[in-house]
Design a protein around this ligand. Structure first.
Ligand code: NDP
Ligand code: 8X3
Length: 257
C-alpha cells in the first residue's frame, strides 16, 4: 500500500521519527528525512536505502525557521515534491518548572518547535496534497495534550494545541481526499527526557524505570496503521499508553522487568 509513496518525517534523527522511518521503509515508502543533526539522518537514509531498496532524501532543517522550511519545500527536486504522507513528529520539552519560575527561552523553544514548526511544515506541504486531492497528515500529539501534569504547563499547552490544530485541519480538509490523524503516546523511551533535562542523564533515566515504557517502534507501527487504512477511512486520533500507565498520574509502579 505504501510502495512508491513519498513520506516526509520531521524529527527523523531519533526516537519516534527514526522508528517511523524504519517502519515506512519496510513497507516500501520512499522517505524524506528531516532533522537538524545531519550525521544521524544521513546514516539512517543510507542504511534504509540499502536494507529496503527505497529512495531517500535528507533535509537538514530546523522546523522553527519558517523561511528555511519554505525554501526546503520549494527547492525539493521534482522527484520528491509530491509528498503523500507528512509525519509531523519533530518536538521537544524543556524543563519541568512552575510557570512562576520558568525560563522564558524554554517556552519559546517548545512553542516554536511543537506548534509553529508543525504549522510551518504543514502550511508548506498541504497545498500540494489538496491540489493533487490526496495525502495524509499525521501529527504526533501526546497524552500531555489531554491531561496536564505538574511542571508540564507549557509543554502540555503545545500538545493541547496540536490536538486543536489536528481537529481544525480535518475540518479544513473536508471536500478533499486528504486525511488527517493524530497519534498521541504516553511515556515513550527515547531521547525525549534527556532533551527535557538538557543532557542530565541522572534526571532522565528514572523517568523510564517505574514501569516498562512504550518503545518508539510501538508508536511507529501505530502511525503505519493509520497510514495504511483504505482511502475512505480516516483514523482521527489514537491514544497509545504503556500497559502500566492509565493516566499521567496513574501508573502501576512495578519496576521495569
Ligand atoms: P526524541 O528527542 O528522541 O526525538 C525528537 C526529534 O525531534 C529528534 O529527531 C530531533 O532532531 C527533532 N527535533 C527537535 N527539535 C527540532 C527542530 N527544531 N527542528 C527539527 N527537528 C527537531 O523524542 P521523541 O521521539 O520521543 O519525540 C518525538 C515526538 O513525540 C515529539 O513531538 C514529542 O513531543 C512526542 N511525544 C513523545 C513522548 C515521549 O514520552 N517520548 C510521548 C508523547 C509524545 P534533531 O535534534 O536532530 O533536530
Ligand atoms: C511526552 C509524554 O508524559 O512525558 O509527551 O509528557 S509526557
Amino acid at each position: 500500500m505504501l510502495k512508491n509513496k513519498i513520506t516526509l518525517i520531521t524529527g527523523a534523527s531519533a526516537g519516534i521519527g527514526e522508528a517511523c522511518a524504519h517502519s515506512f521503509a519496510r513497507e516500501g515508502s520512499h522517505l524524506i528525512l528531516a532533522a537538524r543533526r545531519q550525521d544521524k539522518i544521513t546514516d539512517l537514509a543510507n542504511a534504509l536505502a540499502k536494507e529496503y531498496g527505497i529512495r531517500t532524501h535528507t533535509l537538514v532543517l530546523d522546523v522553527r525557521d519558517r523561511l528555511a522550511v519554505n525554501s526546503a519545500m520549494e527547492n525539493l527536486p521534482s522527484t520528491w515534491s509530491d509528498i503523500d504522507i507528512l509525519i509531523n513528529n519533530a518536538g521537544l520539552s524543556r524543563g519541568l518548572d512552575k510557570v512562576q519560575d520558568a525560563y522564558y527561552l524554554d517556552w519559546d523553544e517548545m512553542i516554536d518547535t511543537n506548534i509553529k514548526g508543525l504549522l510551518w511544515v504543514s502550511r508548506a506541504v498541504m497545498p500540494g496534497m489538496v491540489q493533487r486531492d490526496g495525502g495524509h497528515v499525521i501529527n504526533i500529539g501526546s497524552i500531555a495534550g489531554r491531561q496536564v501534569y505538574s511542571g508540564g504547563n507549557v509543554y502540555c499547552a503545545t500538545k493541547y494545541a496540536v490536538r486543536a490544530i489536528t481537529q481544525g485541519m480535518r475540518i479544513d480538509l473536508l471536500g478533499s481526499k486528504v486525511r488527517c490523524s493524530s497519534v498521541d503516546p504516553g511515556l515513550v523511551e527515547s531521547e525525549f527526557s534527556e532533551v527535557r533535562f538538557r543532557g542530565d542523564k541522572e534526571k532522565a533515566a528514572p523517568v523510564y524505570q517505574n514501569f516498562p515504557p512504550l518503545q518508539p517502534v510501538d508508536i511507529a507501527e501505530t502511525v503505519l496503521f493509520c497510514a495504511t487504512r483504505p482511502a475512505h477511512v480516516n483514523i482521527h486520533e489514537v491514544l497509545v499508553m504503556p500497559q502500566d500507565q492509565a493516566a499521567v498520574y496513574a501508573s502501576n509502579p512495578r519496576g521495569v522487568e
